[in-house]
Design a protein around this ligand. Sequence first.
Ligand code: SF4
Length: 211
Amino acid sequence: MTRSQIVKNFNELYPDAKCELNYSSPYQLLVAVILSAQCTDKRVNIVTSELFKEYDTPQKMITLSNSDLEQKIHSCGFYHNKAQNILSMSKELVNKFDGQVPDDFEVLCTLAGVGRKTANVMLSEAFKKPGFAVDTHVLRVSNRLGLAHSLDPNKVELELKKFFKKKDWSRLHFQMVLFGRYKCKAKNPSCSGCPFQSICSYYKTLAKVKS
Ligand code: SF4
């Protein structure tokens, strides 16, 4: 299957794929992405809809104590680390970046709680620049489809960026997340009618076992 066929299949499966986190500024998106680690977007949206009523800027966020923020984000899980990262990141934005989220990949990666995955999401979603974030779904799907050959998200990100055209990166990220979340799940994926059967290592192994 060619690269353009793969892109076409994803476009047909998810023509409207987009970020499922609610936000109205780059800062809000950054907080939401940090909260979304090991948590559902739905849960994050519930938490941020309350949090951002009063604390929607880094200047306001740093008026919260660690324990107050922990209590507000508790239901997202890993609340201790997440609160620490959100407060440190917010202080860095206020002290070094005039309260603005930088739109540069390398600079984003220097912020507390921000790794390559988060920086890629910020670039593509908040700043409409090419980015290819690799989360657990993208990692699994790209390996099953033979688009990547590693369990290291950083290596997979580079493989995907090399294989796909820049203009497709951001959209493909969201399409692969949806595909992995709802169809190509880790356990018992819904393979019936999947357009990628011919290139899928998981499907080929399954077929061999059954024969
Ligand atoms: S055939 Fe199954 S495992 Fe393979 S990509 Fe499709 S849904 Fe995923």
